[in-house]
Write a protein that binds this ligand. Structure first.
Ligand code: PLP
Length: 428
């Protein structure tokens, strides 16, 4: 019995399912989750002293790799001055200025503690601003676990097979309309009939919670157009894609500007941070300037702000994203080549440092239906084969993978070689 087995059994006595976020339990792929005890650069180490090349990167935040010395130094410096004050601090303005300068159209930003809080608050704000209740989201997009958004959601919600969680009141679910990602025609048809009651459209501009699905050309532009025509607020949920696909987020990458943006993950550099922001005329409806209430005891926490500032400073170095993208391409092309050699039907998607692999005969995967038709059993065997060989992938086929600055070409080539071994085994 491994240490991880023992710890998982103990955890289950006190924590529901032994984990504090469902996907960590390995329910989708089977087996016992590995308990991690440390991380450095591209690697994580488990309690049994086994080291893995890590493509989960704490589900996205660690774009610099784990424990970057400058981020750790900034955190220690902040910790030594006090953990939290519940009063304004200068660091909040420093990070807010950096975020607003990076993202086109981000006039004002408010910090919260998670991506869930960010999207929940952005929705409330959009509803108040438009004085409408209906929100539009896309099947397979995940925006955290607030009631209005946990409807036909992706990520862990998909692995449980309960796209809408029990406990979400039907009266709330009625106000959430779910459309198909990458289907601009359906969006146009819906808006032509009911656009004038839509408060907002919320979308992952690169979907990363149904594996990795980039927007097809024109899809995001259509969302912009229908929102403009019908007076609805366009919200890009960039909790995952923000500072991941480029320094200007997916909005800069694809050249489409939302009215509001939600952020998380990378902007906290590994600490619990979320944010939402955008057009000043909308953001000024927030308390204390306006009537829309939103608050947080630990929001703008000094330690979290310090980690975010250090991270954003480091990622703004010239060439940072070009290097990440080159490394991601090396990995996905290598994986595809190994799969071809082994005669395993497999294709990949990637944008910036986000990527995904699909066990399917299809040449290109662009929507939720195609993702759901992939061979999950084959993915699960691939996952375990890679884990055994020291490569840590997300434990579900509906998750994107992440490259970091710390991954070397050698790490990537090792991962490709291991994948080659596993693809060969999958033939049987
Ligand atoms: N939005 C997106 C696009 C996400 O990927 C996630 C989490 O993975 C969230 C929102 C929720 O963020 P959090 O887990 O910090 O609440």
């Amino acid at each position: 019995m491994s240490q991880s087995d023992t710890l998982f059994a103990q955890a289950g006595q006190y924590i529901p399912g032994g984990v504090n976020s469902p996907v960590r339990a390995f329910k989708a792929v089977g087996g016992t989750p590995v308990f991690l005890k440390s991380a450095s650069g591209a690697y994580v180490t488990d309690v049994d002293e086994k080291r893995y090349i890590d493509y989960v990167q704490s589900w996205g935040p660690m774009v610099l790799g784990h424990n970057h010395p400058k981020v750790i130094a900034a955190v220690i410096e902040a910790v030594e001055s006090g953990l939290t004050f519940g009063a304004p601090t200068e660091r909040e303005t420093v990070l807010a200025k950096m975020v607003c300068e990076c993202l086109p159209g981000m006039d004002l930003v408010r910090f919260v503690n998670s991506g869930t809080e960010a999207t929940m608050s952005a929705i409330r704000l959009a509803r108040a601003y438009t004085e409408r209740d209906t929100i539009v989201k896309f099947e397979g997009c995940y925006h955290g676990h607030s009631d209005s958004l946990l409807i036909k959601a992706g990520s862990g919600a998909l692995t449980l097979g309960v796209p809408s969680s029990p406990g979400v009141p039907a009266v709330l679910a009625e106000h959430t309309v779910t459309l198909n990602y990458n289907d601009p025609q359906q969006v146009e048809t819906f808006f032509a009939q009911q656009g004038d009651r839509v408060a907002c459209v919320i979308v992952e501009p690169v979907a990363g919670n149904m594996n990795c699905i980039p927007p097809e050309p024109g899809f995001l532009q259509t969302l912009r157009e229908v929102c403009d025509k019908h007076g609805s607020v366009l919200i890009f949920d960039e909790v995952m894609s923000g500072f991941r696909v480029s320094a200007t987020g997916a909005q800069g990458y694809y050249g489409v500007q939302p009215d509001l943006t939600t952020l998380g993950k990378v902007i906290g550099g590994g600490m619990p941070v979320g944010a939402f922001g955008g057009r000043a005329d909308i953001m000024n409806h927030l308390a204390p300037k306006g009537p829309v209430y939103q608050a947080g005891t630990l929001s703008g926490n000094p330690v979290a702000m310090a980690a975010g500032i250090a991270t954003l400073e480091l990622i703004s170095e010239p060439g940072f994203y070009a290097q990440l993208e080159t490394k991601t391409q090396r990995l996905v092309q290598g994986l595809e080549a190994e799969a071809r050699k082994a005669d395993i039907p497999f294709t990949t998607n990637s944008v910036g440092s986000m990527f995904g692999g699909f066990f399917t005969d299809e040449k290109k995967v662009v929507n939720y239906q195609q993702v759901m038709a992939c061979d999950t059993e084959r993915f699960n065997r691939f996952f375990h084969g890679m884990l055994e060989r020291g490569v840590y992938l997300a434990p579900a086929s509906y998750e994107a993978g992440f490259m970091s600055q710390a991954h070397s070409n050698e790490d990537i080539d090792t991962s490709i070689a291991k994948a080659g071994e596993v693809f060969t085994l999958l033939r049987n």
